[in-house]
Write a protein that binds this ligand. Structure first.
Ligand SMILES: C[S@@+](CC[C@H](N)C(=O)[O-])C[C@H]1O[C@@H](n2cnc3c(N)ncnc32)[C@H](O)[C@@H]1O
Length: 226
């Protein structure tokens, strides 16, 4: 994966976790953290699990299994869900795909797909996925293709999360394109972009938390000060 550091300013609105996730203050998520390059950060993992808890999806799709750390936490955060996770048949050799969930209690609910996301046929999952996490290839063509397929697989109330929104030009370009027509936001303090479709869509004023509203105002103020 080639790193291509770009502007760290989001072009989409930044939102606090509290404004996107009503109930986050009551969430207590046990994490098994062991960090490798390419993993999401522990804070991002916590927020991803909070989305999973709050949505309680029956079907989850992850683009980019890597060592399976995020997959395992997704499966633990939604015990009712089948978690589909996709990675290349022969990825770079410094990791074993899905090693973190092998021989775990969750392994039976995790469906590992080995294919190139740019050529895989997603039709079987059309309209079924309630939570989708995109973190596979980071060049524009790959993220744009994964995003198109995520929107195809998305259930009406789905949440779609993209990782590396701020550090990869290809990710940012593809996400910003979606944001022209959909209410995509940046999750403050992270590299995550969020699209909450249908009834999951929240604004700072419709989730009944004045803290969420105030935090958003604080976030806007901090951004304008950069
Ligand atoms: C940044 S890592 C994912 C990290 C993971 N989300 C985590 O938090 O641990 C990206 C993964 O996507 C896979 N990948 C890259 N291009 C892909 C493609 N075209 N199709 C499927 N998987 C791909 C890589 O092999 C790698 O395992």
């Amino acid at each position: 994966m080639n790193y291509c550091w770009i502007s760290r300013r989001p072009s989409i609105p930044s939102r606090t976790a509290a404004s996107l996730l009503p109930g986050i203050h009551q969430m207590n998520i046990p994490l098994e953290v062991s960090f490798k390059d390419w993993n999401v950060t522990p804070l991002e993992l916590f927020y991803i699990c909070c989305f999973a808890r709050s949505i309680s999806p029956r079907s989850v799709f992850e683009f980019g299994t890597f060592d399976g750390g995020t997959t395992l936490h997704l499966a633990r955060s939604c015990p009712q869900a089948e978690v589909h996770t996709l990675d290349l048949p022969n990825p770079e050799s410094h990791f074993r795909v899905g090693e973190r969930f092998l021989n775990t209690a969750e392994a039976g609910r995790i469906r590992s797909i080995r294919a190139d996301s740019r050529t895989f046929d997603f039709a079987q999952f059309k309209g079924r996925m309630e939570l989708i996490f995109i973190d596979a290839g980071h060049d524009y063509d790959c993220v744009a293709a994964d995003t198109k397929n995520a929107l195809l697989m998305a259930a009406p109330n789905a949440t779609i999360l993209w990782h590396d929104y701020l550090s990869f030009g290809g990710v940012k370009k593809a996400v910003d394109e979606v944001a022209r027509t959909q209410p995509v936001v940046h999750l403050m303090g992270t590299e995550i972009a969020v699209l909450q479709l249908g009834n999951h869509r929240r604004t700072s004023t419709d989730q009944g938390s004045s803290n969420g509203y105030l935090n958003d105002q604080l976030g806007n103020w901090l951004q304008s000060d950069q």
